[in-house]
Write a protein that binds this ligand. Structure first.
Ligand code: MG
Length: 332
């Protein structure tokens, strides 16, 4: 697509099939904005703005205000100068501008978005429940699991971890995500424990990394930990936006970066950054709908290195995407 576009948008609300519990509380309804750009030749591009303000993006209100003040006709110049304080808008508009360069797609092809579980990481429930759930997921084809830690007392979690390690099949990859919830001593204990497992040649599975062991403010401690242990550390909350990502890189971070394309900001600048610095990335969802997911998965396919599974749920979080989409845009 090039030049001038007719710009339209629709706010949406979608109920999660199961409500999601995060350390910021319960999440029942995903709210966002679907946007449509139509160029002079009639070619259409779709985009999604799916903010998560508690993770570091703009709020839905800020995104809506931005959309409301735009004229009905917009240009590339407007799209590529969206301010950095609106990262989810940068993603939504740029992905609409890039949409379907290979074909004139009027409605999104939802069958293209059927994921292959081999390339995806599956989320295990926190605590003991993980022990009863991995098997079903394994049978569905998942070989990479993420388990949340820092939820229960560390002694208890270490015990469950031991059982988990003993029961998971060979070639499984396990990620531990603390969501910034460990103390410095606890982080050391987890890393030491993982290093000990790594040193055991009989262990047939791989502990891939520990994600965000400490809160965002404790970057220097995480940097120090990342050079003190064999087990890799991935930053997630610390690198929500491109600005934070660049700043961690400049301060010396050479571990893994979790990238949530939906809120990280401009896809073109993300590409440039990844190509320039060859960073080790893991891509992850912001519970966007199929529109945002398509753009995010394309970026992941383009920029993932080191064969890392991506964190997009295979069992869809919402019902009947296609029907929902057509009801949102009733002129289709
Ligand atoms: Mg995480």
């Amino acid at each position: 697509m090039t030049n001038d576009y007719r710009f339209e948008f629709r706010p949406y609300q979608r109920k999660f099939l199961r409500s999601l519990t995060t350390n910021h509380g319960k999440w029942d309804i995903r709210e966002g904005i679907i946007l449509r750009l139509t160029d002079e030749s009639g070619k259409v591009g779709w985009g999604e703005i799916a903010p998560i303000s508690w993770f570091g993006s703009e709020t839905l209100e800020q995104a809506l205000d931005f959309c409301c003040q735009l004229p009905e006709e917009i240009t590339d110049k407007i799209i590529f100068s969206i301010p950095d304080k609106l990262p989810a808008c940068q993603f939504g508009f740029e992905s609409a501008q890039e949409w379907g360069s290979e074909a004139n797609i009027i409605t999104p092809n939802f069958s293209l978005l059927t994921p292959n579980s081999l390339f995806y990481s599956a989320l295990l429930p926190a605590g003991e429940a993980a022990l009863n759930q991995w098997e079903t997921l394994w049978e569905q084809g998942y070989h990479t699991f993420k388990w949340k830690i820092g939820v229960y007392a560390i002694a208890n979690e270490l015990e469950i971890f031991e059982s988990l390690i003993q029961t998971l099949p060979a070639f499984t990859k396990l990620r531990l995500d603390a969501n910034g919830g460990l103390s410095y001593d606890e982080a050391n204990l987890w890393l030491r424990t993982c290093d000990n497992f790594k040193a055991n040649p009989e262990l047939p599975l791989e502990i891939e990394f520990i994600e965000q062991p400490l809160p965002v403010e404790q970057f220097q401690q995480m940097l120090e930990l990342s050079t003190s242990y064999e087990t890799a550390i991935a930053l997630d909350e610390s690198v929500a936006t491109l600005g934070q990502l660049a700043s961690c890189y400049q301060q010396g971070w050479r571990g893994i970066f979790v990238i949530k394309p939906g809120i990280v900001g401009s896809p073109s600048r993300l590409r440039k950054f990844c190509h320039q610095h060859q960073i080790d990335t893991v891509f992850s969802s912001v519970f966007e709908t199929a529109i945002g997911r398509l753009a995010a998965l394309q970026l992941a396919a383009e920029l993932s290195r080191n064969n890392r599974a991506i964190g997009f749920g295979i069992d869809h979080f919402f019902e009947q995407e296609e029907t929902w989409f057509q009801s949102l845009w009733n002129d289709l």
